[in-house]
Design a protein around this ligand. Structure first.
Ligand code: PHE
Length: 448
């Protein structure tokens, strides 16, 4: 098959920012502090950091390399790199399912963020204490119409950016939005340090209580790493496929992972101490940041402006991630099924929007309806993050390590005289340590 010409990144910085744009999103700002709070603090943070080094970083290098070498979508990349006799492309089905599931609940949270832009702009969140903020969250998300409206607008934005195309659509925005998110979070962090009782929370965040460690916590930590790094579902493979041949993959992986971990830790260090300062229960669940962050902003002069800008930026950060999620499915339909970009984006976006309505309602009016003991929203989150993504990641690293081969991968990484000092260590990780750890944690976490 002749190689089709695909868009390349405009600049090195553009690529890094767009990939960071995919990685940094609700996973860092919303999901990370929530799982830290639910899993006992320091012990979880420690496990998470361990998983980042052991699994996240090597897999990031692997996915970027696979994407650049295969130069295809998440299904095509596998058949591109093996002889056509094999059925390796079947691996690609997992990521497609995963991105569908993730987007279905991702849009719900992004829709809430959008609702908060307007609520804070209207002055509704100003001057509220944490009890009232909790009530407001329950009201906004328990309502039938508001969340659906938020989800609809968010999905429409995502679909439009995907239609415009990767370079024109993404690169332009992330260049200034990502730094702005970080800046605002740094201001929030600085403020948190001065809240009474906050330091107790910082201690809780860093002090690992080793009796809290369990296979379940490990599974949560692995799921969080995959979710946060956008791994195991082809988003990074696709971004890698748009990467120039002379780029330094290991260095880029370190920068992207470092930025992602940095934002997650920053968010944790804002939210967790403020739980202690305001006396909020760590069990609050998905509403955690929607209660704590406005509460911190309400201690600022001009809180309306601060809160509005923050949720606006959070919505944009979610948008750059959602775009990469939708792109996984759209690039597959476009390249393998010959659908047009616009039709695939509108069709898939519409379908996900419908599923997301049920996910949204399951956080409010239909909370009692349970699937495997969870509401539909939590069920989607659990299945996608803790099962589908690690499973997808497992297949991808097994493919790189044993089918395509780490030798081929290293050759791809060292093209154009690039050096790869840790090639040997990386091969051992990809062939043995990463797959064994994922497999072990997946099985034990689900059984015990
Ligand atoms: N990494 C994104 C976040 O942290 C979510 C995401 C997951 C995006 C998987 C793409 C693929 O919000």
């Amino acid at each position: 098959m002749p190689m089709k010409k695909r868009a390349n990144w405009g600049s090195r910085m553009g690529f890094i920012l767009a990939t960071v744009g995919s990685a940094v999103g609700l996973g860092n700002v919303w999901r990370f502090p929530t799982v830290v709070a639910e899993n006992g603090g320091g012990a979880f943070v420690l496990l998470y950091l361990l998983m980042v080094l052991l699994i996240g970083l090597p897999t990031m290098v692997g996915e970027l390399t696979l994407g650049r070498a295969g130069n295809r979508n998440v299904v095509g990349v596998f058949s591109q790199l093996t002889t056509r006799m094999h059925k390796w492309w079947l691996i690609g089905i997992l990521p497609i399912l995963a991105s569908f599931a993730v987007l279905s609940f991702y849009t719900v949270v992004a829709g809430w963020s959008l609702l908060y832009v307007f609520s804070s702009l209207a002055g509704i969140t100003a001057d509220l204490g944490t009890t009232e903020l909790e009530k407001l969250f329950n009201f906004l998300t328990g309502n039938v119409y508001f969340p659906i409206l938020g989800q609809f607008v968010f999905m429409a934005l995502t679909v439009s950016i995907v239609i415009i195309g990767v370079r024109k659509g993404i690169e332009r925005y992330v260049t200034f939005l990502m730094p702005a998110v970080v800046l605002l979070m740094l201001i929030l962090f600085a403020r948190t340090l001065f809240l009474e009782g906050a330091w107790e929370g910082i201690g809780w965040f860093f002090r690992p209580e080793l009796q809290q460690l369990s296979f379940n916590t490990a599974l949560e930590a692995v799921g969080q790493v995959f979710f946060s790094f956008s791994l195991g579902m082809g988003a990074i493979i696709i971004y890698g496929s748009y990467l120039g041949k002379d780029s330094n993959i290991p260095m880029n992986s370190i920068l992207i992972s470092g930025a992602d971990v940095g934002v997650a830790l920053l968010s944790g260090l804002i939210v967790i101490p403020s739980l202690f300062a305001f006396g909020i229960s760590p069990e609050t669940g998905p509403g955690l940041i929607f209660v704590t962050l406005p509460a911190i902003f309400n201690t600022f002069p001009g809180s309306i402006l601060w809160t509005t800008i923050f949720f606006l930026l959070l919505t944009f950060a979610a948008l750059t991630s959602a775009v990469s999620l939708l792109e996984v499915i759209v690039s597959y339909l476009k390249e393998e099924r010959k659908w047009s970009r616009s039709i695939s984006a509108i069709f898939v976006g519409g379908l996900i929007f419908v599923v997301s309505i049920f996910a949204g309602l399951s956080q409010g009016p239909y909370e009692e309806i349970a699937l495997a003991g969870m509401n539909f929203f939590n069920f989607l989150d659990f299945t996608a993050s803790n099962i589908l993504l690690p499973l997808g990641g497992l297949c991808i690293v097994l493919f790189i390590g044993w089918v395509w081969g780490t030798q081929q991968a290293s050759a791809e990484i060292t093209r154009e005289n690039r050096s790869f000092k840790w090639a040997a260590a990386w091969s051992i990780l990809i062939r043995y340590l990463v797959p064994i750890s994922i497999g072990y944690i997946l099985i034990s976490g689900l059984l015990f």
